[in-house]
Structures are given as C-alpha cells and as structure tokens.
Ligand binder design. Structure first.
Ligand code: 0RQ
Length: 509
C-alpha cells in the first residue's frame, strides 16, 4: 500500500475522499484558513476543486464567495484559481498573485494587509470572526493522528486549533524526510496569561515536530501528489550586486566599530531577487558562522548553508527553485540538522526578534527624504503584494535595512521621493537605506540631516538636483517664523512627482 502509507491513522483513513467531495463541504460565506507560505505547503487539490464548484454555482447568477486566510502568498492553484472565478470575498494577510492583485485593485475583492505575526493572535482574540474551515497540506499522518507538517508551517497550528471543520491534504510529493525538521510551539496563550517564549538562540527547539488536530473535527482527508510552485530566481543583476556590495561594506564597518560581532547577528532576508543577491554576496563575503532568523528560506540561504557560511537557519517556509529543492532533497539529512521550521507567530515574533538581535533586510517600493518607507502601494493606491513580515522585523530588529534600485520603470520613476505615497514603515523603524548608488546610515540623524544623506548617498544622480531643490525651497518656505523646520515639506508639491507620473508617465518634467 505505498500510496496509503502516509496516512497511518485508521480513523482518518476512513475519511479519505476526492478533492471534489471535500470541496463540497465548504459553504458560501465561510472563512477558510488554508496552509501555504510563499509558494510552499499550500493545498494542491481542494482549492482548485472549490474554484470549479464556485464557478458552477455562480453561473446561474449565484454569489458563492469565501474568505481566504493563509500564512502568506500561495500559488496559481490556490489564489489564482479562486480569484479567477471571483470566489474570494476577502483575502488576508498577504498575497502576490497577479490575478488576485488585479481583482483587488479593480475593487472586486477586499484585501486586509496584516503584519504576519499578528494573524494567529487576531484569530485567537476573535478579531476576525469565526474560522469555519481549515484546509491544511501535510506530509503525512502518524498512527496516533499527529500530523507531519509540510514545506511551510505558517498559521497551520492556529487554523487547526480554531477551525470548526478540518480538511487535510496529504501530499505524497512532499519529502518524507521533512519529518523532524519542524518545531511547533504550543506554549502561546492570550493575555493576561502569556509567558516568555523560552528561546535565546536561533536554533533552539522549544516545541515538538508535529501538529495536533482534534480528530473529531476532521471532515475529509484528500490525497495529492504534486510539487510546490517552482520559485524562479533570476541571476543577480548589476544593481542587486551593487546593493549587496554596499551592505557587505557596511557590515564590515560595523564589525570594525564593535557594533556587530564577527559572525554578525541572525539575518532576516525578505523575498525577491535583490534579497537573493544580497545572500549570494554574503556567501562570497568574509563572514563565517552566520545564522538566520527569518520567514522564508530561499535558494540564497540554502547555498550559504551548503558552503558552510550559514551554520543555522530558522524559518517558517522553504521557498526554493526546482534546482534548490533538488539540492535540498539530495542532502536532506545535512539540511535537517541546520534548518528549523516554526509557526509564523514564532518566526516573526517581536519578543524573539528583539531578543535575538535580528538584522532585517527587506525590499521596498520607495522611501522619502526622511526615511519613511512604502513597501506595498504603487502610486499610493494600487497594492503590490503586502507588508508581509517586513514590519514585524523592521520595528523590532537590531538593525533594520531597506533596499531598492534607485529608479524603476527604466528611470521614469525615482524610488527616492519627497514624500512617500503610502507609509508602511515610519522613519522610526528605518535605520539604513540602500540603493545601487550607496548606503544611507540614518541612525542618530535628525530629519534634515537624514534628507541630506538620503539624497547624496542613495538617489539616482538624475534626480538629485530636483530633490536638493525641493528640500532647499521647503526650508526657505519654513523660515521667517513659520516653523516647519523640523521636517520641511512643501505640502502642495510633496506628492506632485507621483501625480505627474500618473499623468505623463514620468516623475520629472
Ligand atoms: O514591477 O514587475 O511590473 O516590472 O515593482 O520591483 O525592483 O523587482 O523589487 O522584487 O525586490 O520587490 C517591495 C514589491 C520589491 C517586495 C517589493 C515595480 C518594479 C517591478 C517589483 P514590474 P523589484 P522586488 C518577507 C518580507 C513587502 C513584503 C516584504 C515586497 C516591481 O520586496 O513585496 O518585505 N515587499 N516581506 O518596476 C512604481 C516604484 C517602484 C515600482 C519598484 N517606486 N514605483 N513601481 N516598482 N519600485 C517576505 C514575506 O513577508 C512573505
């Protein structure tokens, strides 16, 4: 019975059914908590079956829609399939799917963009309403009904605890060797009963390797055999390499000043190609015995573990390219000793990020002169992905870096602007800005000093005169007893670069 050998609990074996039959158990208006974090560990069959079901139900003018809650982004088989048939009423807490994004920006779907560490506790607090169904992918079920988590943990523990009904997908294609790699902490509670989380090092194991579920709540078990989405990383371009170079120089400088130890502090790295390039840079750099306390373990970190540069990594998901996954599978025993996968309320927990002294490195869309950062909105109105974990890390980190190329869209957009069109990270949470032009260390600087450093170090040379001119005129305007010299602005002009781009396709005349 090779296929069935992943479902060892006899009672749950009785509940095996088709994805179609399981999808019928989800009703219009349900809040559905799905597994999945950055393209890893999402259910592969039930969402597609549900999308078909919704499409049929809505053909005759019906209005079948659900709320979709996840760990973070998923894949075309989940977000894409459900958004395409108009089946999502509300989505949270993070997405990066092009169909979802288009629907959200067209006003056809609501999206609630939430700090990833907040999601689980918001559900326990009852802030988001009842969780009706959980659809969770696992790598296997033990004889006693405990679940072997899959390639991501995300919010699965909370979904299993809180949902009224549970559908489990057992994916034969997830490596059996994942067993033992996870650390599921069951010690969290609601205030006022909370206790310190007993972790002091990135590799500490404070929980157990399995997820628990109340077997009476399980209404369906579905067998699947499909790999996770292939996360494609492009080779680092020149800009990304230059950004990586500036960050490496900065770390060396900090070590020489005694502000960082030689092996640095646990690294958090955001998603995307720039982040991956920084990791490649670190892999070739002078630092050894590094550690990571992050959400997503991507190819760059796997390479660092392989080369021995990275001794330990804690994350909530593996987001690997096909080649990365093959490398992981080929040397699973080696990686298992060096990687811990945790629930996202632990991987992103402010208490732990602050205690461990994490170095946070995240991408951004734009920053303003004073260091306020927009990570989520194009021209202030159109969602890109979401804040994800960037805020969890930025606010609580030992060092918080944000990086971007200095321009976008072939130079028509400056990513350094007078005022950001949307704020995700305030100036109080942003210590270092990096572009291919250079690195602005904003620590200990007052707003007007920040503006000088941001312009001279990070702005593209084509935009520096206009930024200097803006600051000079804002300062002149504020003189003469008017006040306003703490953070000078020309309010009528502050967002004029964005509005010109909307009208003319470029930020400057
Ligand atoms: O658009 O794809 O249409 O060409 O934005 O830009 O430069 O490829 O950047 O892939 O590093 O992503 C902030 C989105 C950056 C990401 C963001 C356009 C640009 C391009 C992408 P095209 P790049 P990256 C951990 C932490 C929030 C979540 C987070 C993100 C596209 O880093 O989602 O940090 N962060 N999570 O052309 C207009 C600008 C622009 C712009 C870039 N100023 N104006 N368009 N673009 N700058 C992970 C999790 O939490 C799960």
């Amino acid at each position: 019975m090779p296929e069935a050998s992943r479902i060892l609990h006899p009672g749950l074996r009785q509940k095996i059914m088709s994805a179609d039959a399981a999808a019928q158990l989800i009703q219009h208006g349900d809040h559905v908590g799905m597994s999945g974090f950055t393209g890893a560990g999402y259910p592969k069959a039930v969402p597609i079956a549900l999308a078909r079901h919704i499409e049929q139900a809505n053909q005759g003018g019906g209005h079948f829609r659900i709320g979709v809650w996840t760990g973070a982004s998923t894949a075309p088989e989940l977000d894409g399939a459900l958004a395409r048939v108009g089946g999502i009423e509300t989505r949270l807490p993070y997405q990066s799917d092009p169909v979802c994004r288009a629907r959200i920006n067209a006003g056809e779907m609501d999206y609630i963009d939430i700090h990833l560490s907040h999601v689980a506790q918001y559900v326990w607090f009852g802030f988001l309403g009842r969780l009706n169904v959980a659809v969770i992918e696992v790598a296997g079920i033990l004889e006693d009904g405990r679940l072997i988590p899959s390639a991501s943990v995300g919010n699965n523990k909370t979904w299993l605890d809180q949902a009224d009904k549970v559908i489990i997908e057992v994916n034969q294609a997830q490596p059996a060797g994942l067993e033992g790699m996870h650390d599921i902490y069951y010690g969290t509670d609601r205030p006022p009963h909370r206790r310190p989380i007993p972790m002091t090092h990135t590799g500490d194991r404070i929980g157990e390797p399995y997820l628990h579920v109340d077997l009476d709540k399980v209404v369906a078990v579905v067998e699947t055999d499909a790999p996770d989405r292939d996360t494609v990383y492009s080779a680092p371009d020149e800009n990304s390499q230059r950004i990586a170079g500036h960050i490496l120089d900065f770390f060396q400088h900090e070590v020489s000043k005694g502000r960082l130890p030689a092996e640095l502090l646990p690294l958090q790295s955001g998603v995307g190609n720039v982040a991956n390039a920084v990791l490649s840079g670190l892999n070739r750099g002078p630092f050894d015995n590094l550690t990571a306390y992050t959400e997503v373990l991507q190819d760059g970190m796997l390479e660092m573990i392989k080369s021995g540069k990275l001794a330990l990594a804690s994350a909530t998901a593996l987001s690997l390219s096909r080649e990365g996954m093959q490398e992981f599978l080929d040397h699973l025993d080696f990686y298992r000793q060096r990687i811990v996968l945790r629930p996202q309320e632990i991987s992103n927990h402010p208490e732990l990020i602050r205690r461990l002294g994490v170095i946070a490195m995240n991408g951004m869309i734009e920053t303003d002169l004073y260091g306020n950062v927009n990570s989520t909105h194009i021209m202030g109105t159109r969602i890109m992905n979401g804040i994800g974990g960037s805020g969890d890390f930025a606010r609580n980190a030992y060092l918080s870096l944000f990086m971007t190329p200095s321009t976008a869209k072939g130079g028509a957009i400056s990513c350094i602007v007078p005022m950001v069109s949307h704020v995700d990270h305030t100036e109080h949470d942003v210590q270092v800005i990096v572009t291919e032009q250079g690195l602005a260390d904003l620590r200990g600087l007052a707003p007007r000093q920040r503006a000088q450093v941001v312009i001279e170090r990070c702005a593209h040379p084509d935009y520096r005169p206009a930024l200097r001119d803006y600051v000079a005129r804002a300062e002149r305007n504020a003189r003469g007893g008017r006040g306003g010299l703490h953070t000078p602005h020309l309010l009528d002009e502050a967002l004029s670069w964005h509005s010109r781009y909307e009208r003319e396709g470029r930020m400057l005349p």
